[in-house]
Design a protein around this ligand. Structure first.
Ligand code: 2AM
Length: 191
């Protein structure tokens, strides 16, 4: 099973991002744009996992949710990795304050330990991937389009849960299904 952990986006936010993608598609660059229904914020990528591990993964995620309160996610800013002038991955920025960072740290620490993986050395940079560049065709025009729109604002959504997602790859592209949703809460309060 190919798995990842994500914050799912509200339909209105996905629609706004879809509108932005439609605009960026007018630049004749060679980009594989993400389908509107697939847009999400990745917290952790597990990749291929043997199905017998699924129950343990779900346990770890249930524990990662404890102590993280619901938070607001603000989607703004258009950019690219490694940078807008050399775009490879086109993204919209996501800011969720300390709670989003805490959630990502807890998910990553628990799943790294469970899957016996070394911790990622790259800092978490919360973003929604809009597209992935396939070839250098018209990259400069794409870079200009990104820089021109860099300060854009998409909107805000309340995040009350996060999801364990399964990705199925096919010729038609990936299709994602939610296997389990975890509510955010403060955890048991001391009496
Ligand atoms: P991204 O949003 O940063 O591009 C599902 O494939 C999600 O897992 C993608 O949205 C992608 O996050 C993330 N991911 C992280 N590492 C990956 C990898 N090596 N291969 C595919 N997806 C990866």
């Amino acid at each position: 099973m190919r798995l990842f952990v994500a914050v799912e986006l509200e339909p209105g936010i996905r629609e706004a991002l879809g509108g932005l993608i439609a605009e960026l598609k007018r630049v004749p660059a060679d980009v594989k744009w993400v389908e509107e229904e697939n847009l999400h914020l990745t917290l952790y990528f597990l990749g291929e996992v043997a199905p017998p591990l699924l129950a343990g993964i779900k346990d770890e995620l249930a524990q990662a949710a404890a102590g993280v309160l619901p938070f607001d996610l603000v989607l703004e800013g258009l950019g690219a990795f490694p940078g807008p002038r050399r775009p490879r991955v086109v993204w919209v920025g996501a800011a969720g304050g300390e709670m989003l960072l805490r959630l990502q740290r807890q998910v990553a620490a628990r799943l790294d330990a469970f899957l016996k993986r070394p911790p990622d050395t790259l800092a978490f940079r919360p973003h929604i991937t809009l597209g992935r560049v396939r070839s250098p065709r018209n990259l400069a025009s794409l870079g200009h389009a990104l820089v021109d729109r860099a300060p854009l604002k998409i909107g805000r959504q309340a995040v009350r849960d996060f999801s364990l997602m399964e990705s199925r790859l096919s010729r038609a592209g990936p299709s994602y299904t939610c296997l389990h949703r975890y509510s955010l809460h403060a955890g048991p309060t001391a009496m």
